[in-house]
Design a protein around this ligand. Structure first.
Ligand code: FES
Length: 180
């Protein structure tokens, strides 16, 4: 509990750091850089040669959350970078979450069940498109979501997701139940 709160605070601090305007000093001029994506990559270059253990390196570690996937074979905890979808995270870790349409909201094969209602309530509300696909999911529950639409954020640290016993793939195979 304490570690989790600490990690969230740290992640917020890191995010605040990355959004702060930065001034680069050169031999005869200085200029501010305020773009987020660019700033992140640039600032990592700027600070990457600094001593190990600096705040940038620590931020990269903290900006991951723990997510546990449960399936018929048991459970597995992985670290997921903030901003990454659960579908991408599952694929990167060889977890059998199908994702036939690769996140384009045209299937329900990335169906996951959020095990904890409190965690479920921290998620962004599903869009109409997601709800339409969820209606087609095998074994739909009150806390079902599509894994490609669940994006890691610090508040979701400790998220537990169950994989349903089967999926229906309307988009690619034309209504073929596929057991896991
Ligand atoms: Fe098809 Fe998520 S992968 S909707």
């Amino acid at each position: 509990m304490f570690i989790s709160k600490f990690a969230r605070l740290g992640a917020k601090a890191c995010m605040g750091l990355s959004k702060a305007p930065v001034t680069i000093q050169s031999s005869n001029s200085s200029f501010p850089i305020v773009r987020n994506g660019y700033l992140e990559s640039l600032s990592s270059k700027l600070f990457s040669s600094a001593a190990s253990g600096n705040s940038q390196g620590e931020c990269e570690e903290i900006q991951k959350i723990s997510v546990t996937f449960l399936d018929k074979d048991g459970e597995r905890e992985i670290k997921v970078p903030v901003g990454m979808s659960m579908l991408e995270a599952a694929h990167q870790n060889d977890i059998e979450l199908e994702g036939a349409c690769e996140g384009s909201l045209a299937c329900s094969t990335c169906h996951v069940i959020v095990m904890d209602v409190e965690q479920y309530n921290k998620l962004e509300d599903p869009t109409d498109e997601e709800n339409d696909m969820l209606d087609l999911a095998f074994g739909l529950t009150e806390t079902s979501r599509l894994g490609c639409q669940v994006i890691a954020k610090p508040e979701l640290d400790g998220l537990r997701l169950a994989l349903p016993a089967a999926t229906r793939n309307f988009a690619v195979d034309g209504y073929k139940p596929k057991p896991h």
